[in-house]
Design a protein around this ligand. Structure first.
Ligand code: NAP
Length: 308
């Protein structure tokens, strides 16, 4: 099983006794992810109360021993720990605003994808209502929950995290990112940014090869090891970003810029949209215009935004 850990730069949380495996937990939201979270809590032996806007989704969990609640208020009254996993922040606000001070004395663990600003706002609102708030970023798909590769990033109320960490470990590894409630969302979105960048490239590659009748699945045999080999260079690029030393003897921006028209020309010739790649070309051109031709791709981070 994945363990408890802090991400780099976060203060480790002092160990506590944690919640007993039978501790009651309420799960609000039984979509694909909320259902997986509730199932993991049931699997760990907890007394689980569930609520979902569309009540039918509680059926499979009730068959496994969960207690369906008719309203969010009933669900919240059943447990000191509330796990919220809804589609987006507006749904979370709607449900929590409807609960009002019913969260007093409770811990709200919001695992809905959101922004750092939304997490800070929810933390403040929950505190005003007398509750404790933890924000979380789930680094897994539902099928991975409770498995060896799943983990959740947490930030916010450190005491609440120490109290409930053992219960939250039912989902997978627990990673503390700090007391700023927005920090877990920042890590979550940054990790997903890396994922989307990689996957968009994969989809563009599929679009290209299939114009010649090549099967995307077959092409994956070449693509996966290639992308994996390139990912091995990420820490080296990270060091360049941290130190500001971007000079490279591997692959300069000038070399990349010279090759780039080949991509857009081939996309055009093969009838594939270049819309994903055109912003990359513009960024490369700007870097060269600003005098960074001899630097590596890591220089592009400086063009994208400031350091703090
Ligand atoms: P989902 O299957 O579409 O479920 C969405 C849930 O939100 C349902 O329970 C839905 O209720 C509820 N909901 C939507 N609007 C609502 C509202 N206004 N009031 C009350 N409930 C509302 O989505 P999911 O996959 O479970 O994702 C849930 C969260 O987990 C999202 O923030 C997602 O980004 C995050 N997440 C998902 C994955 C994944 O792979 N699925 C991975 C990591 C993180 P109804 O059933 O009544 O529609």
């Amino acid at each position: 099983m994945p363990g408890e850990a802090s991400v780099p730069g976060a203060t480790p949380v002092t160990a506590s006794g944690g919640s007993p495996a039978t501790a009651p937990v309420t799960v609000l939201g039984l979509g694909m992810m909320g259902s997986a979270l509730a199932a993991a809590l049931l699997g760990a032996g907890h007394h689980v109360t569930v609520w979902n806007r569309s009540p039918a989704k509680a059926g499979p969990l009730a068959a496994r021993g969960a207690v369906p609640a008719a309203t969010p208020a009933d669900a919240v009254a059943a447990s000191p720990l509330l796990v919220v996993c809804l589609l987006a922040d507006d749904a979370v606000r709607e449900v929590l605003d409807g609960l009002g001070d019913a969260v007093a004395g409770k811990t709200v663990v919001n695992l809905t994808n959101g922004t750092p600003a939304q997490a800070r706002e929810l933390s403040a609102v929950t505190a005003e209502r007398g509750g404790r708030y933890l924000d979380g970023g789930i680094m897994a798909v539902p099928q991975m929950i409770a498995g060896p590769d799943a983990y959740v990033l947490y930030s916010g109320d450190e005491g609440a995290y120490a109290t409930h960490r053992a219960t939250l470990a039912a989902f997978g590894g627990t990673r503390w990112t700090g007391t700023d409630p927005g920090r877990a969302a920042l890590y979550d979105l940054a990790l997903l940014t890396g994922m989307y960048g990689m996957l968009l490239g994969v989809l563009q590659a599929f679009a290209l090869v299939r114009t010649e009748g090549i099967q995307a699945e077959e092409f994956s045999d070449l693509l996966v090891p290639w992308v994996g080999a390139m990912l091995a260079d990420v820490p080296v690029m990270g060091r360049a970003v941290d130190t500001g030393r971007h000079r490279t003897d591997v692959s300069s921006l000038a070399v990349n810029q010279a090759a780039f028209p080949n991509f857009t020309a081939t996309f055009r010739d093969q009838g594939v949209s270049p819309e994903l790649f055109e912003p990359f070309q513009a960024l490369l051109d700007r870097a060269i215009d600003e005098g960074h031709a001899a630097d590596g791709l890591s220089r592009l981070t400086d063009l994208l935004g400031p350091r703090n």
